[in-house]
Design a protein around this ligand. Structure first.
Ligand SMILES: Nc1nc2c(ncn2[C@@H]2O[C@H](COP(=O)(O)OP(=O)(O)O)[C@@H](O)[C@H]2O)c(=O)[nH]1
Ligand SMILES: [Mg+2]
Length: 461
């Protein structure tokens, strides 16, 4: 949680949090219903000017009535359901009013405009509702970031990760580390105080095991980032192979509809095409590429360059071969995991198929082997799964970078022990590590970083 002086230091750089803010919290565009949200001290009085049931709003109960105000034209503007959450028991910790109206674009925009024109009310900045929850100590920074993760999650596994963070998973994990680190610090500092009077008793080496254990736990969490990032952004699975091997056909079969053009003419696919699918609850971005071969066609060559770029970015490569497609150019996918696929098994005899060394034998024509291919893909994806205690996985680059800095700070303390560092410097190394740890949960996060985090949120969140 932000400490008082830290808070006031960064408040200067944030929008004025004493003002009441308003925003549309439902998605842009028209829909059945829309939610407009007010937060701040003027929320109640503002809605009372517009809403027929405004004088009878019972905290946390939905009240039905009509919106009516001269600024919104003559007569009734719309039906509405309004819920009032008095401070501090609201999402932001301030007075919050949620207004549900019909989801026409005119209704939303007009109501928003008129509400934002009221005294001491203004439009919310991106992420300002979540910023206020953070500043009012409703949530720590890792949970604030989880709000964005929850909204962005596009698969079951990503959703689960976000929910874990939203309910304090990161906070709990780091609190344990912080607790252990604080124990060492208080011990060392107490001994330092004492050693003014007597001979020095401080022995940093006594804490070596504990520091190593703290560092290890941070690194375990850090090691989950690779998988976590892919959970959020999707695993990039790239189809490569000679022209006519059936890459586009496999792409279509896996995506479940005919997206890529398939013909018997080599060089049909010239640009890379992306499709999305779910494999074992994981988001997969499947990428069909131009077959790699030596040609003089400038357009096809650009497509081939793009294929090679995709190969560089791939998490998993599906390398396709077929009995009637000749290999024009060898491919080197480097360290990326590869599933080799022998396609068009319907064209050759079972004995000849048995000779192939491919991981999976399929036929897009008959559909044989496709389920096995999905299974192999799931296995490869799950191979990269790493979790810290309690199934915790991180997906934020900022958290990963900060954990790396924390681990470096622990290493500095550890190295200090071996080089017989002065106890004062040892204590200061530990304090430094503690401060870095606090950046993840928001206790010691610099204001420009906070600004950056909240400004990436959508308006109304
Ligand atoms: N017999 C047979 N033909 C296939 C199979 N898969 C794809 N083809 C055909 O092979 C040709 C090339 O397929 P395409 O998907 O465009 O290959 P790409 O160039 O690698 O993308 C097309 O005529 C497809 O109909 C298969 O499993 N069996
Ligand atoms: Mg193709």
């Amino acid at each position: 949680m932000p400490e008082a002086e830290v808070g006031s230091a960064f408040l200067a750089n944030f929008p004025d949090v004493s003002e009441t803010i308003v925003a549309i919290s439902s998605p842009p565009g028209s829909g059945a219903l829309a939610i407009i949200r007010l937060s701040g001290p003027q929320s109640l009085i503002t809605i009372q000017r517009f809403f027929s049931g405004g004088q009878h709003l019972k905290p946390r109960y939905a009240t039905f009535g009509v919106i009516e105000h001269p600024d919104l034209g003559a007569g009734i503007f719309d039906d509405a359901v309004v819920t009032y959450f008095p401070a501090p028991n609201s999402a932001t910790g301030e007075d919050v009013v949620e207004i549900s109206v019909h989801g026409g674009e005119f209704i939303q925009q007009e109501l928003l405009r008129v509400l934002a024109n009221q005294d001491s009310v203004r439009l919310a900045e991106p992420g300002e509702f979540t910023l206020r929850s953070f500043l009012n100590e409703k949530i720590d920074l890792s949970r604030a970031e989880a709000v964005a993760e929850t909204i962005n999650a596009q698969s079951a596994a990503a959703h689960q990760l976000a929910q874990d963070h939203l309910h304090g998973g990161i906070r709990r994990y780091l609190d344990q580390i912080k607790h252990d680190l604080l124990l060492i610090i208080s011990f060392v500092e107490a001994e330092l105080d004492f050693s003014d009077q007597e001979i020095s008793r401080v022995k940093p080496e006594k804490h070596l095991d504990q520091i190593q254990s703290i560092k290890r736990r941070a690194e375990t969490l850090l090691s989950t980032y690779f998988y976590g990032q892919r959970l959020m952004d999707g695993f990039r699975v790239v189809l490569i192979g000679p022209t006519n091997a059936g890459k586009s056909s496999i792409f279509n079969v896996l995506c479940g509809f005919d997206r890529a053009i398939v013909t018997e003419y080599p060089g049909t696919t010239r640009d890379t095409i992306e499709g999305e699918l779910s494999i074992a609850g994981h988001r997969v971005i499947l990428i069909d590429t131009a077959g790699i071969r030596a040609v003089n066609d400038p357009i096809e060559n650009i497509g081939i360059d793009r294929s090679l770029l995709e190969l560089d970015r791939a998490d998993i490569v599906l390398s396709i071969h077929a009995p009637d497609a000749q290999v024009d150019m060898p491919l080197f996918p480097g360290k990326t995991p590869v599933i080799s696929i022998f396609n068009k098994s319907d064209l050759i005899s079972d004995q000849d198929t048995a000779k192939t060394t491919a991981n999976v034998i399929i036929s897009c024509k008959t559909g044989s082997g496709i389920d096995l291919l999905r299974q192999k893909l799931a296995e490869k994806i799950l191979l990269s799964r790493t979790m810290a205690d309690g199934g915790l996985i991180i997906a934020s680059q900022r958290q990963a970078d900060t954990l790396q800095r924390f681990s470096d700070a622990c290493l500095a303390a550890e190295t200090g022990i071996f080089s017989k560092i002065e106890p004062e410097y040892f204590a200061s190394d530990l304090r430094n590590a503690l401060s870095i740890l606090g950046e993840i949960t928001g206790e010691t996060t610099p204001d420009d970083i906070l600004n950056e985090i909240f400004s990436t949120f959508c308006i109304g969140k």
